[in-house]
Design a protein around this ligand. Structure first.
Ligand code: SF4
Ligand code: SF4
Length: 393
């Protein structure tokens, strides 16, 4: 498997990273079955050549499962680099306690790379980097040898990511960037200028649930699978160093292995696939949203750019299921009471299109003169599963 230098950390990581978010227990799974599945999945990851395991304090039992695998000798600590992620805390003491807790759960005395998890807002940059905060705990942990390097993960807007990069405090970034969502290109470039490691979060799932592609997307990517093409597109960019693969079962690596050994720029044949995808996107036509974000803020907190980005994917590639999967994570309006419910906060900010009041504030800000309220209504119909029914009419 190809390896790449992870920026100035100088770690030589494989282009695939095992992301441990999916090894915690599944619904109706016994602890014994979970344990067997987690161990077999971890072991197969290392056997196919992966040399980096990434987990988080917030991924349920994943740290414990890694700890048990180590304790039982199923995996050995010197076989892999280890990253864990811990969310920002108010004080250095709290952050240090969380780090010690994570390391205790894994039974390790050294973490190669520690990410501050979810720097999604300017406030969280401040909380993470202010004197007396998380960064002081990180500096102590690096000085006493518990931690090798410091990075951050983010689901935030590109402006926030670039600001966090510009602090010069981090050696790597863990972010969303895929063929289907290229909004963070500027952050990838900013990280490259700082010689930071660039880790791509879950390209197969967050990059379009490519394990369940539409017939149209399959045809456009042929003879590759959509998983393969997205992986190839990412790794054709030397700025990208490693892609997380959130396998839940040992066989889930197979779809990813072919492209983990292909390096260099896209070939002429691969460029033809890219051109086909770009053309399908251009066929969205005059209702295409460029995701420029200029329409924000919306007084009703409607997530206009994200909704219209998903609409682009539905129109261009028939990615209805992916659209529904992401759309339902936005805050929704309860039909009976009209109350705002759900949502995942700063991990995917904003609300569904049903909150639009047709106030018109966004319209003059859109450089493409899109009829935003109308497109939001259509998007809701397409992605709420209520095709043809406009709930607020
Ligand atoms: S028209 Fe709708 S989407 Fe646009 S700003 Fe007003 S409420 Fe928000
Ligand atoms: S301003 Fe227009 S093009 Fe830009 S994100 Fe908003 S709707 Fe899309």
């Amino acid at each position: 498997m190809l390896k790449r230098r992870f920026g100035r950390t100088e770690m030589n990581l494989t282009v695939l990273t095992f992301g441990a978010m999916r090894i915690p227990p599944e619904k109706d799974e016994t602890p014994e079955a979970n344990f067997e599945r987690a161990l077999a999945t971890l072991r197969r990851g290392l056997d196919v050549g992966i040399n980096h395991i990434e987990t988080a304090r917030g991924y349920g039992l994943s740290e414990e499962l890694i700890g048990k695998a180590l304790q039982q000798g199923v995996i050995k600590r010197d076989e892999f680099y280890l990253t864990t992620k811990i969310g920002p805390r108010e004080t250095a003491a709290e952050f240090d306690e969380a780090l010690r807790d994570s390391m205790g759960r894994m039974g390790v005395d050294y973490v190669d790379n520690l990410d501050i998890h979810g720097i999604n807002t300017p406030e969280l940059i401040t909380m993470s980097t202010s004197p007396g905060g998380c960064f002081d705990a990180v500096k102590t942990a690096i000085a006493d040898g518990r931690v090798g390097h410091i990075g951050f993960s983010t689901h935030g807007p590109v402006e926030v990511i670039v600001d966090a990069i510009e602090t010069n405090l981090f050696e790597s970034v863990n972010l969303h960037y895929y063929y289907m969502n290229q909004r963070n290109l500027r952050a990838v470039q900013a990280a490259t200028e700082k010689d930071m490691g660039v880790f791509i979060i879950s390209p197969t799932d967050k990059g379009g649930q490519l394990f369940n592609p539409s017939a149209k997307l399959k045809e456009l990517c042929s003879p590759y699978t959509p998983i393969e093409f997205n992986q190839r597109w990412l790794l054709s960019q030397p700025e990208v160093h490693t892609l997380s693969l959130g396998a839940a079962n040992p066989w889930e690596y197979d779809a990813h292995l072919k492209m983990a050994n292909v390096d260099g720029p896209l070939s002429a044949d691969e460029q033809i696939i890219l051109n086909r995808l770009d053309e399908a996107m251009s066929n969205v036509g005059i209702s295409f949203c460029s995701n420029c974000q200029a329409c924000l803020p919306c007084p009703e907190d409607v997530a206009i750019p994200e909704i219209l980005r998903l609409r682009n994917l539905v129109k261009a590639f028939d990615m209805v299921e992916f659209g529904k999967y992401r759309y339902k994570m936005l805050a929704y309006k309860e039909e009976e009471t009209g109350e705002r419910k759900g949502g995942i906060g700063h991990w995917l900010p904003g609300a569904q299109g049903t909150f639009c009041t047709d106030c018109g504030d966004c319209l003059p800000r859109c450089p493409l003169n899109l009829p935003i309220p109308e497109l939001l209504r259509e998007s809701h119909s397409l992605m709420s599963g209520e095709v043809g029914k406009r709930l607020w009419e």
